[in-house]
Design a protein around this ligand. Structure first.
Ligand SMILES: [Zn+2]
Ligand SMILES: [Zn+2]
Length: 351
């Protein structure tokens, strides 16, 4: 067998699931890349083996078909082989508990430090959603202090190298895990990762570098957005000292327009015409998002005929959609004697 998972974990083919789990912990402990004598290659092999043997179903499949069933594709390996840190634990049961221990908050520490995201709701008229619009917003949020630009230092005064991290911006922190004590880098708590501290604190923010207040902004809503869509405005969320600003999410609520219904890029409307107009034809005015346009009704138009107004729909990247007009022919409920007589005469001539 090209890849003997049992051998990798140093267990017998008859080993219990519990023995396999224990063997994996031992291997992972020995080879973890964060350990002084770690071996990333061996660690990955142990992972790959455990992902299969640690799962009773996959193990049975492996016993039957061998490792080929799990290599290079659909059957198996999850996110492995993308290098350390690229793991995807989602598929493997019983895996998360071990790795949750090993990595602890470690993965979060590697993540970019970012301020809070903000989500707001915004109402748009039907037409604003179709054509796009610029909206003015007032947001209360934490942003960088204007006086010091977020450094926390009084402008014009020098900055000192941070004593907590010697200017590195990070500190080593020991974590106790099932595999023993692990070291990881965390953002320096004294300088928030900036590596320096102000000699004199900024008068406006007292050194925090942040300021909470109302901010006026303009948001450009692109043409063609639909109800329920969310726009993401990068960096328009809350600021964080020593980190990037979060994002602003704008959720759009499009108000109804009783004249129009929207279906993606297509706009629908219904127009009622009289039965004489339908019979002999006419030119009528139809409301569109571009205003009133003329629509020629040919003679003999039946009720529920649909007419297409090309390019009067919602703008998209490939051009504008169409507006479909549904014609409803209204038959009068009351007729005068004269009208009845004339209609009967018409009926006779048709036969
Ligand atoms: Zn300041
Ligand atoms: Zn520091």
């Amino acid at each position: 067998m090209p890849n003997d998972y049992y051998k990798t974990l140093g267990v017998d083919k008859s080993a219990s699931q519990d023995e396999i789990k224990k063997a994996f912990r031992k291997e992972a402990h020995k080879y973890h890349p964060d350990k002084p004598n770690g071996d990333e290659e061996k660690f990955k092999e142990a992972n790959a083996a455990y992902q299969v043997l640690g799962d009773a179903d996959k193990r049975a499949k492996y016993d039957q078909y061998g490792s080929a069933a799990f290599e290079g594709g659909a059957g198996g390996g999850g996110g492995f082989g993308q290098g350390f840190g690229g793991f995807d634990f989602s598929g493997a049961e019983g895996f998360g508990d071990i790795f949750g221990d090993i990595f602890g908050g470690g993965r979060n520490q590697q993540r970019e430090r970012k301020g809070n995201d903000i989500q707001i709701d915004l109402d748009l008229t039907f037409s604003e959603a179709v054509f796009g619009v610029e909206k003015e917003l007032d947001l209360t949020k934490v942003s960088n202090c204007e006086r010091c630009g977020g450094t926390g230092g009084e402008p014009g005064e020098a900055m000192n190298t941070c004593g907590g991290c010697h200017g590195e911006g990070v500190q080593m922190k020991a974590h106790r895990t099932v595999l023993g004590v692990m070291q990881s880098k965390v953002t320096c708590s004294e300088c928030e990762g900036l590596g320096e501290k102000p000699k004199v604190e900024c008068k406006d923010c007292s050194g925090s570098g942040l300021d909470k207040g109302r901010h006026h902004m303009e948001v450009k809503i692109p043409a063609g957005v639909d109800n329920g869509a969310t726009l993401r405005l990068r960096g328009e969320g809350e600021a964080m000292k020593g980190g990037a600003s979060g994002d602003l999410y704008v959720r759009l609520h499009v108000k109804r327009d009783k004249r129009f219904e929207r279906e993606g890029a297509t706009i629908h409307s219904t127009v009622k015409i009289g039965f004489t107009q339908a019979a002999v034809g006419d030119t009528i005015d139809v409301d569109t998002v571009d205003g009133s346009v003329e629509l020629k009704i040919p003679h003999g138009t039946q009720s529920h005929t649909q007419f297409r107004l090309r390019g009067k729909g919602v703008p998209t990247r490939r051009g504008r959609g169409d507006h479909l007009v549904l014609i409803e022919v209204v038959v009068p409920k009351k007729l005068t004697h004269k009208q009845v007589k004339m209609l009967k005469e018409l009926d006779l001539t048709e036969k």
